[in-house]
Design a protein around this ligand. Structure first.
Ligand code: GUN
Length: 297
């Protein structure tokens, strides 16, 4: 019995960040210091960790970062006011508001308020529209990271049957769009699907983005399939906290040909693509075209 190749997202993200560091140097040589503003409302512990990692990675590759922290009881006008100021600040090229927001704040209103040119999450309806139409724009980071990892494993995705498990606006829908653009045949499995495991078992490529710890076991996966696990779930094992994906790694790695681990799979790629979007946004706002974009790698 063979064991699946572990797709090392941490190493791939490090490789990408090395190239992005050079893109930042080139921009700085042209007088542009890319700057990412990260907004955190409240103190959700998981969000705190994500925000810290984003700010650290930015600094490591020479991107300026602005950490904007607001209390959990911030009202919508105050948050929208901050976003308006960041939109108007020419020194800020990218704006990210960490989700989820505390109760009482409407995510769609907040996303709508971010200038599309600075929407490095790729969540604004203008960027979503551009993605669906296949036009240039800022694409969401986790889906871009998934496609990047897939291309490193299987260069030509054309004609492959991809099954996306989950249909969120942040991952499921945009990753499905990117897979279609890569000429995959596509199935989206969700909470109302009849016999989800049987549908998933037909996939050459499985993208698990459903937010249910270890839902997908070997019975869901065709022998030889490539499995990308987007889930980040905190569970307790023997009284100790543990981070697991939507995929039961031990079970699926016995049937898949390649699989991403959690942690160390898609997570680091999300951050790398956030940096890539910030650099692209900075270049575009200064009327510069990036040379040799790292995405070409
Ligand atoms: N919360 C979980 N994932 C994300 C993400 O990609 N961007 C933002 N802004 N919030 C998130």
């Amino acid at each position: 019995m063979s064991v699946a190749h572990m797709i090392d997202g941490k190493a791939e993200a490090a490789r990408l960040l090395d190239m992005l560091r050079e893109d930042v140097s080139r921009l700085r040589a042209q007088g542009v210091a890319p700057c990412l503003a990260v907004v955190l409302v409240g103190n959700d512990p998981a969000s705190e960790v994500y925000v810290r990692n984003k700010v650290l990675r930015a600094r490591e590759i020479g991107i300026e970062s602005l950490e904007c922290r607001l209390p959990a009881d911030t009202d919508e006008p105050a948050l929208l006011g901050l976003i308006a100021r960041l939109n108007a600040d020419p020194a800020v090229h990218g704006i990210l508001v960490q989700m989820p927001l505390p109760a009482g704040l409407t995510e769609s209103a907040v996303i709508d308020a971010i200038a599309p040119a600075k929407d490095v999450d790729g969540f604004h309806r203008e960027n979503v529209g551009r993605l669906v139409l296949g036009e240039p724009g800022l694409a969401p980071c986790t889906p871009s990271g998934c496609l990047h990892l897939l291309r490193r494993i299987a260069h030509d995705l054309s004609g492959k049957h991809a099954v996306v498990v989950g249909r969120s606006n942040i991952v499921g829908k945009p990753v499905a769009t990117l897979l279609l653009q890569a000429n995959c045949s596509l199935t989206v499995v969700h909470s109302r699907s009849v016999n989800a495991a049987q549908l998933c078992r037909q996939a050459d490529i499985v993208i698990a983005a459903v937010g249910k710890p270890q839902l997908i076991d070997a019975n869901w996966v065709k022998p030889g399939a490539i499995v990308i696990d987007v889930g980040i779930n905190r569970i307790e094992v023997d009284g100790k906290p543990k981070l697991v994906g939507d995929v039961d790694y031990a079970s699926v790695s016995r049937v898949a040909s390649a699989i991403t681990p959690v942690p160390g799979g898609v997570g680091p790629m999300t951050i790398a693509f956030l940096m890539k979007n910030t650099i692209a946004a900075a270049a575009a706002q200064h009327g510069l075209r990036q040379q040799a974009p790292a995405s070409a790698a």
